[in-house]
Design a protein around this ligand. Structure first.
Ligand SMILES: Nc1ncnc2c1ncn2[C@@H]1O[C@H](COP(=O)(O)OP(=O)(O)OP(=O)(O)O)[C@@H](O)[C@H]1O
Length: 265
């Protein structure tokens, strides 16, 4: 890939304040085909950041570029190539998974036969094939989550942003979701995921960003984070707690202290 190709996501100097600052001059860059895990303590600003990226929340300042498209200037074009999956996604109870996917595909003006094949593949991948004709109203939380995820993927987004996608899933469903995401990344799709399950970030992410108090306080591969946090041989949990532990006010949080892995294409 040429080094001047646009990043899948480029956030520059993003700000959002509610009563207090929630996102505070946050910048980060995720290259195409990367699996990026965004970590941080509760209230760090992860969801707020990703909601601004996805066009659901207006930023106070800063810019967001999705595959080279300015998401604030041209939100429709940006939304066409990204998918946002919130932590509590909504599906229509009266629809079956297949009807729901056909409905979403219709919103994207997808060709019917292609959409049908795509829907069948996604439902199969998420283990929902046997339930494709049942109404979502009777589904468990995990099944609904998988239907919503399938709906988010049907238009073949190039950037997939997921907020805590594995919470509430049993081991089998979590494995299905991880497999689908891994397969997409292997095909060049970019995945950005928040998670409190550090083992997932440790095992799946190419790079990890850690947010605290609305700022990116550490970034890099697991090994880079280990090195910079002087935590050779330690788990991501150890590194995470070293960086944000004790109320996220340690001197480790000074800007750029741990920011590494800058050379993204
Ligand atoms: N709509 C809102 N109105 C007011 N304050 C908000 C709103 N959304 C988020 N906040 C505040 O912004 C800060 C960041 O919240 P955010 O949900 O982005 O954190 P998070 O890192 O996703 O946390 P968690 O891991 O607990 O989901 C918090 O202090 C939160 O209370």
């Amino acid at each position: 890939m040429p080094t001047d190709s646009p990043a899948a996501l480029e956030i520059r100097n993003l700000h959002k304040r509610f009563k207090d600052p929630a996102v505070n001059d946050l910048s980060l860059r995720v290259k195409a085909g990367e699996f990026y895990a965004l970590l941080g303590p509760n209230g760090a600003g992860k969801t707020t950041t990703l909601r601004m990226v996805s066009g659901l929340l207006e930023a106070d300042a800063g810019s967001v570029s999705v595959c080279g498209i300015d998401a604030f200037q041209d939100p429709v074009a940006a939304k066409r190539i990204l998918a946002w999956v919130p932590d509590e996604p909504m599906v229509y109870d009266k629809l079956t998974p297949l009807e729901y996917l056909e409905f979403v595909a219709g919103l994207w003006s997808m060709e019917a036969d292609y959409a049908q094949a795509k829907a069948d593949g996604l439902l199969e991948a998420f283990g929902l094939g046997p339930h494709a004709g049942e109404r979502c109203g009777g589904f468990s939380k995990g099944m609904r989550q998988k239907v919503a995820l399938a709906g988010a993927l049907i238009h073949e987004p190039r950037l997939i942003i997921l907020d805590e996608p594995l919470t509430g899933l049993d081991a089998g469903s979590a494995r299905q979701v991880k497999q689908v995401l891994t397969d997409l990344v292997s095909k060049g799709v970019t995945v950005i995921m928040t998670t409190h399950i550090l083992e997932v970030a440790e095992r799946m992410a190419d790079r990890i960003g850690i947010i605290a108090q609305g700022r990116l306080v550490a970034e890099g591969t697991l090994n880079e984070l280990r090195t910079r946090a002087s935590a050779e041989g330690h788990s991501l949990e150890d590194i995470f707690l070293k960086i944000v532990g004790g109320g996220a006010t340690s001197e480790a949080l000074t800007e750029d202290t741990l920011k590494i892995g800058e050379k993204v294409a």
